[in-house]
Ligand binder design. Structure first.
Ligand SMILES: NC(=O)c1ccc[n+]([C@@H]2O[C@H](COP(=O)([O-])OP(=O)(O)OC[C@H]3O[C@@H](n4cnc5c(N)ncnc54)[C@H](O)[C@@H]3O)[C@@H](O)[C@H]2O)c1
Length: 290
């Protein structure tokens, strides 16, 4: 299948490379000329174990290329992935400027039916917003799909090639079938592509990040109590994490969570929840964490 990935940052570069590695013809697009020139000459802007070799192999096999020409990439692709940044705005909400700009550029260049796949982390309702923006510009048919990304920096290639699950939010059978064709090669034994409506997929990403962050904050709170009462948090951690219902991930006490996603995603979730259900008790819990 011919695909383009718009936004060749952490997510876009890893996704584009791994999609090419499954036999798709992929062009990774970015409006940063310097980044694209470097990639075209074999300089990889980020370090991820296995990424450089995978890029080189797929470029050599002519399945992967890099470009600043979004118009051409859109015209020649049946599926367009959006993987641009969605930073935190001053009021704590998610800034959608880059996603909206890309949607408009796709709309101006769409020439036949396309699946437009949003990989950026965006608040619930964004796919609908993008659909409406595109429909104002063009009559060419398209579907917008939500396909949130769950990769971990440092293990991004493994996460993409052997995912726990892939979430596809789609309200169109045609688009769902195309997404199934793209992702089923990643599941050799059991198929863990989870199809749902678009809004549920958008929420899944935020709920997953909020839950993981809460686990970290929770164990840190418990570590403080343990210290005061003379208990050993390490022993308590082992004691609880051997319970299958609890599990052993994200339960190491430390300095708290950080990184490029948890704080901004929790802040965006709070902004959405405050508008809809300001009395929600979980809001207090989430607010305390950022
Ligand atoms: N980094 C992670 O670990 C991670 C994990 C899961 C999800 N996400 C989400 O994925 C999305 C992308 O994150 P990232 O870390 O890859 O961002 P990034 O900042 O590394 O990359 C974004 C890229 O998009 C490019 N871009 C911006 N506007 C463009 C346009 N109009 N046309 C073409 N290119 C454009 C930028 O030049 C940049 O190279 C975000 O929503 C983020 O929350 C990130």
């Amino acid at each position: 299948m011919k695909l383009c990935v718009i936004g060749t940052g952490y997510v876009g570069l890893v996704a584009g490379t791994c999609l090419a590695d499954m036999g798709n013809i992929v062009v990774c697009v970015d409006n940063n000329q310097d980044k694209i020139s470097k990639l075209q000459s074999g300089i990889i802007p980020i370090y991820e174990p296995g990424l450089e070799e995978l890029i080189k192999n797929n470029v050599k096999e002519k399945r992967l290329s890099f470009s600043t020409d979004l118009a051409k990439a859109v015209r020649e692709s049946s599926v367009c992935f959006i993987a641009v940044a969605t930073p935190q705005d001053i009021d704590g909400s998610c800034n959608l400027d880059a996603v909206i700009n890309v949607a408009k550029e796709i709309a101006h260049n769409i020439n036949e039916y396309k699946v437009i796949v949003n990989k950026s982390t965006v608040p619930v309702g964004t796919a609908e917003k993008l659909s409406n923006i595109i429909k104002e510009i063009t009559n060419v048919p398209f579907d917008v799909v939500s396909n949130p990304e769950f990769l971990k920096q440092g293990a991004a290639i493994d996460d993409f090639l052997s995912p726990d699950r892939v979430i596809i939010g789609s309200d169109s059978d045609k688009a769902s079938k195309i997404m199934n064709d793209i992702y089923s090669p990643y599941f050799k034994t059991s198929n863990r592509i989870i199809f749902m409506d678009v809004k549920s997929a958008e929420m899944t990403k935020y709920v997953a990040n909020a839950f993981l962050a809460t686990k970290i904050s929770f164990i840190n709170e418990m570590a403080n109590i343990c210290e005061k009462v003379g208990a050993d948090i390490e022993k308590v951690r082992i004691g609880i994490s051997t319970d299958n219902r609890i599990g052993d991930k994200f339960l190491f006490p430390g300095i708290g969570f950080g990184g490029s996603c948890f704080p901004k995603d929790i802040s965006a979730l709070i902004t959405v929840a405050k508008k809809i259900t300001p009395e929600a008790r979980c809001l207090k819990l989430l607010k305390k964490q950022i």
